[in-house]
Ligand binder design. Sequence first.
Ligand SMILES: Cc1ncc(COP(=O)(O)O)c(C=O)c1O
Length: 386
Amino acid sequence: MHKKLINFVQEYYHTKEFIPLHTPTFCGNEKLYVNNTLDSTFVSSVGKYVDQFEQQIEVYTGTAKAIAAVNGTAALHTALYMAGVKSGDLVITQALTFVATCNALYHMGAEPVFVDVSKVSLGLCPIALDNYLEDNAFINNDGFSQHKLTQQVFRAVVPMHTFGHPVELDELMVVCSKWGIALVEDAAESLGSFYKGQHTGTFGSFSAISFNGNKVITTGGGGMVLCKSFDEGLHTKHITTTAKVPHPYEFFHDEPGFNYRMPNLNAALGCAQMEALPKFLKQKRKLALKYKDLFMGSEFQFIEEAGYAKSNYWLNAIICLDAASRETFIKQTNAHGVMTRPIWKLMHRLPMFENAFRGPLENSEFIEARVVNIPSTPSEIGKSDA
Ligand SMILES: Cc1ncc(COP(=O)(O)O)c(C=O)c1O
């Protein structure tokens, strides 16, 4: 099968050179807008492109307020801060995620609690979440959940839309409200992914998107906080911009803030990339369908969107029969210049999170041993019959 994949992607991308997993595509107004920032000298934290980019994201996702940030990790850090996460709190998330999810909560002084994922979504499983809380939590007089042993408050639940595939949000929201825990979505990978017609990242009180170079669209580095409430959105902007009270020349800051502003230079790139987003999504969906056909009837299962979801198919992925078959597949494809990569190691295997509380992680372990990402860059030339 690895030979079939190698032939397919080499034909699809019309090259025998190295084929990476995901690279940026600049085919529209990127140079024009970036040059505008240089010509105007507004390359830093002030400039029209930041506002424009935030508005584009608001219109596209339907969120009440979008606040640009310097990267996705900073956006998630801000989202957790705004959701009220405090030092000593517990934050429930997936062991199957990129480390940035846990880094953001760690830097709030919180501790991660790992709960299993669903095999349907690859994201946090609502049943596993409820079971974990039934076994380990009680609801206090204020309506918040605390850990039965340590009394720590479970302050937030952070599901992550793995590779752009939306988690089961309705069910997760029911569990979160049953236990009085805030929902914060790590939507870093899911710009362009919808759950039952609503954009991911608009369900939680706060969410974070990433525009890192490997994402569906990029600003070089960048992120966005999505805020469900307009007023909370204004407050979010305030704290990401040093909490400075507006004044023509006086410095007065009325609370602790971050300097997480996205520079205008990066936002200019983002504005142009947003114009191309619908095209990228179409191309990515086409590629996913081709992969689905390619792997049909083989020992590898192509990961498709769930029935309730429209995925952006950010990173295409397959499930191998077992760890040994995956090892061979990864070795062979990389040896032929086609980049493939195993999914992340589970977070509790990393030294800094090895003592974290966790529930049973059977699905996470199954996926960890078998899933591989395959090249996913959207491509014009992919319009051919490759
Ligand atoms: C799941 C997840 N969370 C958070 C991030 C952090 O985003 P960034 O790299 O922009 O800081 C990323 C991406 O890199 C990610 O994949």
